[in-house]
Design a protein around this ligand. Structure first.
Ligand code: ADP
Ligand code: ZN
Length: 308
């Protein structure tokens, strides 16, 4: 028995579950290279916090909210961004609503973060995969899977940069014109202190034929686990592709630069709070969003993407 709840404060998503006896249970361990990770309990792993509160919004409740929006005639949107969902009927309702919103505004851009799992494990029910594949991804204009999610969606493993490029082309064929693999295990030319992101944007050339801009970007790794970074990445990509709709290289450089500034401010602050020799706790690692307002609005570019 479990419930998912959307945290209102900063739209982070949390999972809470209980045993059949009603006792909330969460198991975590210090494992691998990155501090505290949550372990799987049955098929349900967890997401960063020790405690979860709140209610799950059902598909029908979502629909009721949407009906209200329609009645008030405020159903004109330029962008829609979706993230974590763990229920097929909710996801199908999202699809219905986005289809309608696209009719109301044909230039609406749908940014989809197909949150399903990480590092080889799914943390949503497996029956979400076909819904993403067949219904959600075909509607998406911008897609931000991590490596594992991209592999799930295409059925193709990514072992080399060439595989990554092929996977992004397969994802283009499924729908979205812009695809960013937000993090991969591909080796970086700068060494193992970097993680690699890949991006691809379809472009229509003046003669009417299709091509694409493909980029690769190295992200300096920080030895800590953050909550909400995936959400921030998708939100920043939305914002920067709005400013640079035909220039994925610039949009990704600005997105990753924002990530860098926020993470750097966060880890510096967390280490101060924790004191020398201590690992910062999850609470100390809360993203320093408000303090990063100026960097979010106008990030100094600290990374250059390579055009492939
Ligand atoms: P996902 O697993 O969906 O890629 P993450 O939150 O792991 O989501 O990563 C999203 C982005 O957040 C990465 O592209 C990177 O920019 C940033 N990020 C997350 N964790 C770290 C970290 N430990 N060090 C540096 N950057 C990170
Ligand atoms: Zn993600």
């Amino acid at each position: 028995h479990f419930h998912a709840a959307v945290g209102a404060v900063r739209s982070a998503v949390c999972v809470f579950w209980s045993r059949g006896d009603g006792v909330p249970c969460a198991v975590y361990s210090e494992s691998r290279c990155q501090g505290i990770r949550w372990e799987q309990v049955g098929n349900i792993p967890a997401a960063g916090y020790a405690h979860w509160k709140g209610q799950v919004l059902t598909a029908e409740e979502l629909n009721v909210l949407y009906e209200g929006i329609k009645l008030n005639k405020v159903n004109h949107y330029d962008y829609i961004l979706t993230g974590y969902s763990r229920d097929t009927s909710f996801l199908e309702m999202v699809v219905d609503i986005i289809q309608e919103l696209k009719k109301a505004n044909p230039s609406l851009v749908y940014v989809c973060d197909p949150v399903m799992g990480d590092h080889g494990a799914m943390y949503v029910p497996e029956n979400l995969l076909p819904v993403y594949k067949n219904k959600v991804v075909p509607l998406a204009d911008i897609l931000t899977p991590n490596q594992f999610e991209a592999e799930l969606l295409t059925g193709k493993k990514i072992n080399t940069e060439k595989d990554g490029v092929e996977v992004m082309d397969l994802l283009h064929k499924m729908g979205p014109d812009t695809v960013v693999l937000t993090s991969t295990d591909l080796p970086s030319k700068n060494g193992d202190q970097f993680l690699v992101a890949l991006g691809s944007q379809k472009i229509v050339k003046p003669d009417g034929t299709n091509s694409s801009q493909k980029i690769c970007i190295d992200i300096p790794k920080v030895d800590a686990v953050f909550v909400g970074t995936g959400d921030l990445f998708a939100a920043m990509l939305l914002a920067w592709t709005h400013h640079h709709p035909n220039d994925l290289k610039t949009a990704c450089e600005k997105t990753v630069s924002v990530m860098h500034h926020v993470i750097k401010r966060t880890i510096t602050h967390a280490r101060e709070l924790a004191g020398p020799g201590n690992r910062p706790s999850p609470a100390q690692l809360e993203l320093r969003m408000v303090q990063s307002k100026a960097d979010i609005e106008n990030p100094a570019t600290v990374v250059e993407a390579k055009v492939l």
